[in-house]
Design a protein around this ligand. Structure first.
Ligand code: C2E
Ligand code: MG
Ligand code: MG
Length: 408
């Protein structure tokens, strides 16, 4: 344990009154190594000197001259490893935005304090302070070449994982989403964000999707034969929807394997603006006529938006994880989550919340009547053979953790 008096704290605020007030609050709780600065350049002098470099900075956002955000940029240049608390009279939304910005710069944030600063709130943040852990050299994400991906598809190195989707009202396991991974001989498990884009850009996405679809439909049939009623979702890239062959292939594949289209869901995300929408519209409409289920993925992000809802007859709306996790405590997220859910309901679509990571997220879904939940709180993506055992464990959890019992 480090003594409070040994933690070097710097307060940067343009108002002398605030500096005194904060320093006094800190001293009262035993934090006595405190330096006050009323402008950014002076504070940077402290940071640059090893002897005075602070462990923690209380930073005002609004200052004439160098403002708080600009100051953070200078901290980034100096590879500052200490922690930061933002202090400001701005509203919560502005503070949260600033907090995200700081986190994006990989500077450790203890949190923010709204002026007038409440001593308890400040103490609560200060007690979370811990000496910085030496940063691991960040391993830049490797991006694979088209050639490597081509070989992986050809050699069957891509493996489908399946993440469960469960009913929020009953806890029943309704289906699974197929998430492809690459079992790489040297690099181990490689995630889709390291190869889907490359596959899209180099005309490999059709081969990749065909491979994923074949494995997924075959697996769907196996589960059906084993008595598991699971709807199987597959991610489809908009780049798959540029040739009318796609729909013929999907229809034929389902028929050959002997699985009803009603049991299959195609999740569509659009990561880039499409030129000609007519072909994709035609493919999707025809698949829908054949009773394949269509889902709009990552709703509210990128181009996955209202125009698509207007144009395509989706059955399911997946609220992006960025609007789900922590929406119970973040007002802005909550408004977006509620609006997405209301859209789904009014357009008679099944609602799915992605990124349900903890019990608080789960309870929000229950309170708001979201249909399905998907996320690490329920289960991480699993290998097909792990699913039957997981279902047992989950149904048991539903009972023992009272996941669907009304608490009021
Ligand atoms: P997605 O379709 O939105 O899939 C959900 C992603 O969220 C998955 O990432 C999943 O592992 C992750 N996830 C699940 N639960 C949680 C949670 O509780 N918290 C958080 N933070 N994340 C969670 P993954 O598997 O890395 O896939 C990323 C994206 O790659 C997918 O996003 C999908 O758009 C794309 N993708 C995956 N498989 C395929 C495929 O076969 N074809 C195409 N075209 N795209 C695919
Ligand atoms: Mg998806
Ligand atoms: Mg998604």
């Amino acid at each position: 344990m480090i003594e409070r008096s040994a933690i070097k704290i710097l307060i940067l605020d343009d108002e002398q009154f605030m500096l005194k007030l904060l320093a006094r609050m800190l001293a009262k709780h035993g934090f006595t190594s405190v330096v006050c600065c009323d402008n950014g350049p002076d504070a940077l002098v402290q940071v640059d000197n090893e002897a005075t470099r602070p462990d923690l900075i209380l930073l005002d956002l609004n200052m004439p001259g160098m403002d708080g955000i600009e100051f953070v940029r200078y901290l980034v240049d100096r590879q500052f490893t200490g922690s930061l608390i933002l202090v400001s009279g701005e509203d919560e939304r502005m503070l949260r935005t600033a907090e995200r910005l700081v986190q994006a710069h990989k500077i450790h944030m203890l949190g923010y304090l709204q002026k007038p600063v409440q001593p308890e709130a400040m103490l609560a943040l200060l007690t979370q302070w811990a000496p910085p852990v030496p940063a691991k050299p960040s391993k830049a994400k490797k991006i694979y070449s088209a050639e490597e991906i081509k070989t992986a598809i050809k050699e069957g190195a891509l493996i489908n994982y399946y993440q469960p989707k469960v009913s929020v009202a009953s806890g029943a396991v309704v289906g699974v989403e197929t998430l492809v991974r690459w079992h790489h001989a040297e690099d181990g498990l490689v995630f889709p964000d390291q190869f889907i884009h490359v596959a899209e850009e180099h005309g490999l996405i059709n081969d990749l999707t065909q491979f994923v679809l074949l494995q997924a439909f075959t697996q769907a049939k196996k589960w059906q034969q084993a008595g598991f009623e699971l709807r199987v979702s597959v991610n489809v890239s908009m780049d798959n929807l540029t040739s009318l062959d796609f729909q013929d292939h999907v229809v034929k594949l389902a028929a050959d394997i002997g699985i009803l289209p009603q049991k299959l869901v195609l999740e569509i995300t659009e990561s880039q603006l499409m030129g000609d929408m007519r072909v994709s519209l035609e493919i999707l409409t025809r698949l829908r006529l054949k009773r394949f289920q269509l889902s709009i993925d990552d709703f509210g992000t990128g181009h996955s938006s209202l125009a698509q809802l207007r144009d395509i007859p989706f059955d399911e709306l997946k609220i992006d994880q960025g609007f789900v996790h922590r929406a119970w405590k973040d007002e802005t997220l909550r408004v977006i989550y509620d609006a997405s859910l209301a859209l789904a309901k009014q357009l008679n679509m099944e609602s799915v919340a992605e990124g349900v990571e903890d019990r608080d997220d789960w309870e929000l879904l229950r309170r708001t009547g979201c249909d399905l939940a998907q996320g690490n709180f329920v289960s991480k993506p699993l290998l097909a053979e792990e699913i039957p055992e997981w279902i047992k464990v989950w149904l048991n959890r539903v009972q023992t953790e009272l996941l669907v019992v009304s608490t009021n």
